[in-house]
Design a protein around this ligand. Structure first.
Ligand SMILES: [Zn+2]
Length: 121
């Protein structure tokens, strides 16, 4: 069984997001697989996919290829994000390219934070 633990820095940022619901927290260049929690930030491994809001590393993409293929077809059908890395593109570079210049941001939402956002004119 794989130990699904985020790198400590990212765990701390998620804690910060959880303490401040509805606020975006900048994770910088950090890239972690949303399936296995592997820190891919400085790894050159090419491949991987982004499926809706999940970034899936090359190893997990290979391992779950069949399911990912079906989920990607569904995502495309419903107009949701489903992209593969360019041939030879490192997974971390691919994720940062899709994030764009604003960088990686995480946020935690509660019913209260969602309502507060709705009530903001
Ligand atoms: Zn993975």
């Amino acid at each position: 069984m794989t130990d699904l633990k985020l790198p400590d820095e990212l765990e701390a940022l998620w804690d910060e997001a959880a303490r401040n619901p509805g606020t975006e927290v900048d994770v910088g260049d950090t890239v972690v697989c949303d399936f296995c929690c592997e820190d891919m930030t400085t790894r050159p491994d090419p491949g991987g996919v982004i499926l809706q809001s999940k970034a899936i590393c090359p190893a997990c993409t290979k391992k779950y290829e069949h399911d990912i293929e079906l989920d990607m077809a569904d995502a495309v059908r419903y107009g949701r994000r489903a992209e593969r890395a360019q041939p030879g593109e490192a997974f971390a570079d691919f994720v940062r390219r899709i994030r764009g210049p604003q960088g990686g941001r995480i946020s935690v939402h509660t019913p209260e934070s969602v309502n507060a956002k709705r009530e903001t004119p």
